[in-house]
Write a protein that binds this ligand. Structure first.
Ligand code: THU
Length: 141
């Protein structure tokens, strides 16, 4: 069935943890800090920030940092991710590469797009990346 949305206190913690992760962003080139917090099916939270590099193209987004931390610690089932930036005008949205990496782990989980004032909108992976290609497609040939 559909993955459960986090309960209110868990969601508040997830939203706080993505803001805290943003403070760790290593972004001397863009000066655009981003934080992400990923809630696993088991209720654990893994956070991540963007990590840039003097060789610009090697920079990695906050969302993928969080996913790689969780996967490498043995967690593969995710319920939600929250993302924070310093942009006050718009809700932060994940880049296309991150959407595809998130989609690898299902398309019916939730992404909370936030503003620094704590307001948010929530979208499922399927809404963020419609008509997506995923692991199931490899089994169809
Ligand atoms: N960035 C993220 O970490 N996540 C997003 O959702 C958007 C962009 C990072 C990548 C780069 O370090 C900086 O923000 C500017 O693009």
């Amino acid at each position: 069935g559909r993955r459960r949305r986090p309960r209110c206190e868990r969601l508040q913690l997830l939203l706080r943890r993505c803001q805290e992760a943003k403070a760790c962003a290593y972004c001397p080139y863009s000066r655009f800090p981003v934080g992400a917090a990923l809630l696993t099916a088991g209720g654990e939270i893994f956070s991540g920030c963007n990590v840039e590099n003097a060789c610009y193209s090697l920079g990695v987004c906050a969302e993928r940092t969080a996913i790689q931390k969780a996967i490498s610690e043995g967690h593969t089932r995710f319920r939600a991710m929250a993302i924070a930036s310093d942009m006050g005008t718009d809700f932060i949205v994940p880049c296309g590469a991150c959407r595809q990496v998130m989609r690898e782990f299902g398309k019916d989980w939730d992404v909370y797009l936030t503003k620094p004032d704590g307001t948010y909108i929530v979208k499922t992976l399927d809404e963020l990346l419609p008509l997506s290609f995923g692991p199931e497609d490899l089994k169809k040939v």
